[in-house]
Design a protein around this ligand. Structure first.
Ligand code: SF4
Length: 294
């Protein structure tokens, strides 16, 4: 046998060298306006038997596996007991396994207490990738995130209290040029309160199946930010962040400018890189439009 992935398959850039296992298919919410990732899929939990068979096969073929990423969009929707069963099997079959990670959506935390999710952390799910997207409630409403910033901060607090590391994603350009500053400032404020281990800034790209954004925003003048506006937005975000000890990255394929550094230690250096690119629109630091991808 082999692992038969149900496509399309997505993973965070930092999981490029991880074994990917689809514990679930699709996303329970599947409505965020900017996200077309799982539009073709109906959310379902895969039978434990199928997942265990793939783990057993991979354990024979790739016995040195150290990292596993549980897909799809919010594998953390699985019941804590099912997650613990999968994690126990993974750590039993891969003796060198160091970390297992998964996407988590705000909806996964709604009816769960810290005590509910702690056993999952103790069984070896080490980090959750959490999509904050924006710290501004009006923007969250427009993109149909179906939650508020305050509720997402509370979800992240639960995750931290249970012992999980967090990698939080935000999306540059979500609010168009008019709302850019507001989006960046509110997002910085929320990130300062969450204090995740990692922050990943992605840049909005519209896919052919994306909804009409001017309608999403109720603003006929809404448009995608150009590279300079995007750099200004990320600059506002960084300037307004004060929390310490966070790794900040914008190295996703969608970004115009790849940044990586530690906040606050490298903040000034990151801002200088942004300013260098802002002063020279032809800077080799900037990724050409044709090389960007979702
Ligand atoms: S919760 Fe995540 S995976 Fe689901 S639609 Fe929103 S962004 Fe996409």
């Amino acid at each position: 046998m082999t692992i038969e992935y149900e496509m399309p398959l997505y993973r965070p850039p930092s999981e490029a060298h991880s074994l990917i296992l689809q514990a679930t298919i699709g996303c329970t919410h599947n409505r965020c306006a900017f996200c077309v990732a799982y539009q073709s899929k109906q959310f379902r939990v895969r039978p434990e038997k199928e997942i265990f068979a793939e783990i057993d096969w991979a354990a024979e073929e790739m016995p040195d596996t150290r990292r596993v990423f549980l897909a799809d969009g919010d594998a953390f929707a699985l019941s804590p007991q099912k997650m613990v069963n999968i994690l126990d099997h993974l750590y039993r079959r891969f003796p060198d396994l160091e970390r297992v990670t998964a996407y988590a959506s705000p909806h996964n935390f709604k009816s769960r207490s810290v005590d509910d999710i702690r056993p999952v952390r103790q069984a070896g799910l080490t980090m959750l990738y959490f999509g904050l997207e924006s710290g501004d409630d009006e923007i969250l409403k427009r993109i149909d995130k179906n939650t508020t910033c305050e509720k997402m901060i509370a979800s992240c607090q639960k995750a931290h209290d249970a012992g999980f590391d967090l990698s939080v994603t935000v999306i540059l350009g979500l609010a168009g040029p008019q709302g850019s500053k507001r989006h960046a400032e509110a997002t910085a404020k929320a990130l300062d309160r969450i204090r995740p281990k990692y922050i990943a800034a992605l840049t909005l790209m519209l896919a052919p199946r994306s909804p009409a954004y001017p309608e999403v925003y109720g603003d006929p003048d809404w448009r995608v930010l150009d590279p300079v506006e995007t750099l200004r937005e990320i600059r506002v975000l960084l300037c307004n962040m004060h929390a310490d000890g966070i790794t900040f990255r914008s190295n996703h394929a969608s970004n115009y400018l790849a940044l990586k550094g530690n906040l606050q230690k490298d903040k000034q250096k990151l801002i200088e890189i942004i300013d260098t690119a802002l002063n020279d629109p032809n800077s080799p630091l900037l990724k050409p439009e044709c090389l960007r991808a979702l």
